[in-house]
Design a protein around this ligand. Structure first.
Ligand SMILES: [Zn+2]
Length: 317
C-alpha cells in the first residue's frame, strides 16, 4: 500500500482529510485487508488512503472481474435494455458536437462497445478511437479496423500525440479508478479541439444511497478499486484546473450500487451465500428494474443519484 493525496487540492490539503468509511473487498475477496476512504475537508473529494501499489493491480482486478466477462455474466434481457439506454446516451453526446462526423475517442474503451454504437449512429470508422489498458483487447479492436491504442488513461496525450485533435472524448466509469485524475483531465483537455467536449461519467457521493450506506457498505466504494470519488462541485473544480468548463450535468441511474450495498450488508451480517443468491447486480432482473426505475424517477424529480454525467467544454484558445 502507498499513501494518496487529494487529486483536486494536491498536497496543500494533505493533512486536512478525515476518514469517512472503512470496508473490505466485499465483491471479489482479493484481500483480507480493511481499506479506508477519507474525505478532503477543502473540496470534499473522497479518496482511498492508503491505496494498493501498482504491483497489486493484477491481484485487485482478478480474471473474473465483471468488465472482462460482461456479456457472459449479465442477464441477456438486461443487456438488451442496456444497449437501448446506451444508444440513447450516445445520441445525447452527439448533440454537443459541432460537426456531423466528429472525431471520437473513448478512454477505457474495453471491447469497443461505444465505438460500435457510434458507428451504427453514422460515424465513420476512421474517426473512432479507443484507448485501452489491456493488450489483447487492443489487438482485437485493431483487427476489426478501429483505431485502438494501448495505455492507461494518464498516458492518453502521450499515446495519441501524433493524432489530430478530437471533437468528442468520453471517459465513462474510469476516472474513479485512476491514480491521478488531475493528470488524466489535463491529458484529455490537451487532445480536444478548442470548444470540443469531454463527457465524464463517474460515481457521485452526494446521493441518497451513498449517505445511507456511507460508513461501510456503499457499492460505490468498490473497495479497493475506486480511488477517487467526486460530487458535482469537486468535478467542476477538477475540470477547471484543466481549462474545462461544465456545460451540462445529468444524473443517471446507479442500480448496481444499490444492489451491491444490500449485498455487502447481507454478506457481512448474515451469509455470503445468501448475499450472492439474492443480490447479484448482473442477474437479478427484478432488483435491476426496481432500482433503475427508482433512480430514473428521482433524477426526473431533481434529486441526485450516485451516477453523474458531466459534459465539459474546452475554452476557445
Ligand atoms: Zn481536496
Amino acid at each position: 500500500m502507498e499513501p494518496a493525496e487529494c487529486a483536486v487540492c494536491r498536497a496543500s490539503a494533505a493533512n486536512a482529510a478525515v476518514e469517512v468509511a472503512r470496508g473490505l473487498d466485499f465483491e471479489y475477496d482479493t484481500s483480507d485487508d480493511t481499506f479506508s476512504m477519507v474525505e478532503c475537508q477543502t473540496c470534499r473529494t473522497i479518496y482511498l488512503n492508503p491505496r494498493p501499489t501498482a504491483e497489486e493491480l493484477a491481484r485487485i482486478y482478478p480474471h473474473n472481474y465483471y468488465s472482462y466477462n460482461y456479456s457472459s455474466r449479465v442477464n441477456p434481457l438486461a443487456i438488451k435494455i442496456k444497449d437501448f439506454l446506451d444508444k440513447n446516451k450516445s445520441k445525447g453526446w452527439l448533440k454537443f458536437c459541432r460537426t456531423d462526423n466528429p472525431r471520437f475517442l473513448d478512454i477505457g474503451c474495453g471491447n469497443g462497445r461505444n465505438l460500435e454504437i457510434l458507428e451504427k449512429l453514422g460515424l465513420s470508422r476512421q474517426n473512432l478511437y479507443g484507448l485501452e489498458i489491456k493488450n489483447e483487447t487492443v489487438d482485437k479492436l485493431k483487427e476489426r479496423g478501429f483505431n485502438a491504442f494501448l495505455g492507461a488513461a494518464e498516458e492518453a496525450a502521450l499515446q495519441l500525440k501524433n493524432e489530430d485533435p478530437f471533437d468528442l472524448i468520453v471517459i465513462l466509469q474510469v476516472l474513479e479508478h485512476v491514480k491521478d485524475p488531475d493528470l488524466v483531465m489535463k491529458s484529455l483537455a490537451h487532445l480536444l479541439k478548442p470548444e470540443a467536449v469531454l463527457v465524464v461519467e463517474t460515481p457521485n457521493v452526494d446521493s441518497l444511497d451513498c449517505n445511507l450506506f456511507k460508513k461501510r457498505y456503499w457499492g460505490g466504494y468498490h473497495f479497493p478499486r475506486h480511488w477517487y470519488l467526486f460530487n458535482q462541485e469537486s468535478l467542476a473544480k477538477l475540470g477547471a484546473k484543466a481549462g474545462l468548463q461544465v456545460i451540462s450535468v445529468k444524473y443517471l441511474p446507479a442500480q448496481t450500487f444499490w444492489i451491491y450495498s444490500l449485498h455487502h450488508i447481507v454478506k457481512e451480517k448474515f451469509s455470503p451465500k445468501l448475499a450472492g443468491a439474492l443480490f447479484d447486480p448482473f442477474r437479478n432482473l427484478f432488483l435491476l428494474s426496481v432500482f433503475t426505475a427508482f433512480d430514473i424517477l428521482r433524477a426526473k424529480l431533481g434529486f441526485s443519484t450516485s451516477n453523474i454525467q458531466v459534459v465539459f467544454q474546452k475554452s476557445q484558445s
